[in-house]
Design a protein around this ligand. Structure first.
Ligand code: MG
Length: 254
């Protein structure tokens, strides 16, 4: 009977375990305790402007000091209210994309964004509505778009790794509402000869929902700052001609 054949080894194992049979195996190597994980104070769900204690705050609403235009000149995007922590910056269309001064490799990124209601009200469609993007290392775009009741090609909608991976689901909030990306990024790896040994990987939560699950990025996406994947890179926010807003941006080096 199949049931007996399955059940018998389990019974033997239980009996042996009860008799302490597994406890007398000789210890062939001393296992070393791993170091205690560092204590980190988390952010607050009620105060999203509070970053985890070990994060590098890239934007808290009060200053654009961590950012530069991609040509190195000062940022022209506008601060909504520099006196209030947690307030937003708004893309100034035509002024150019902006990028962090600091460069990063493997990292966790938190960024909040809102696409403009005015674009939807004006009847703009597809890629013309609330377009921006979070470029990891300045070279891999996690698309920002108003994909709330606005159809476009799947690998170009909000949360796509542009032209490589559509998001697993469309979890967009309506334009004007604040949304979040939480991104875990593993940079491409290179061997001693400089040959790529592993593609970059990315996991993305959009509004807390998984939309990219360890997705493999085969190379820089359109609009990337350069093609060299071996170097660390900044986080770039795209000027695609729409008044997209950002707030509460922080990064943790991994
Ligand atoms: Mg874009």
């Amino acid at each position: 009977m199949p049931i007996i054949r399955v059940a018998a080894p389990v019974t033997i194992a239980v009996v042996l375990a009860a008799a302490g049979a597994f406890a007398v195996q000789p210890q062939t190597q001393q296992t070393k305790e791993p170091p205690l994980p560092k204590v980190v104070t988390p952010g607050s769900p009620h105060h999203p402007e509070v970053a985890p204690s070990d994060a590098i705050v890239l934007f808290d609403g009060t200053s654009l000091d961590a950012w530069t235009k991609t040509d190195g000149k000062p940022v022209e995007w506008t601060l909504d209210n520099a006196k209030v922590k947690g307030s937003a910056m708004t893309c100034k269309p035509g002024s150019g994309s902006i990028m962090t001064k600091e460069m990063f490799g493997d990292m966790q990124i938190h960024v909040e964004f809102a696409t403009p209601k005015a674009d939807a009200d004006a009847g703009l469609k597809s890629q013309a509505r609330g377009n921006s993007g979070v470029y990891i290392q300045g070279r891999y775009e996690v698309q920002v778009l108003d994909s709330y009741q606005n159809e476009t090609y799947p690998d170009g909608q909000c949360g796509a790794i542009y032209k490589q991976h559509a998001p697993l689901v469309n979890v967009c909030r309506a334009p004007g509402e604040w949304q979040s990306y939480d991104i875990v990024f593993t940079a491409a790896r290179f061997d001693a000869a400089g040959k790529k040994s592993a593609n970059a990987r990315v996991t993305v939560l959009h509004n807390g929902v998984l939309i990219q699950n360890n997705a493999e990025i085969t190379g820089p996406t359109g609009g990337a700052m350069g093609e060299d994947e071996a170097k660390p890179g900044g986080i770039m926010l795209q000027d695609h001609g729409n008044f997209v807003q950002y707030r509460n941006i922080w990064v943790r080096k991994l």
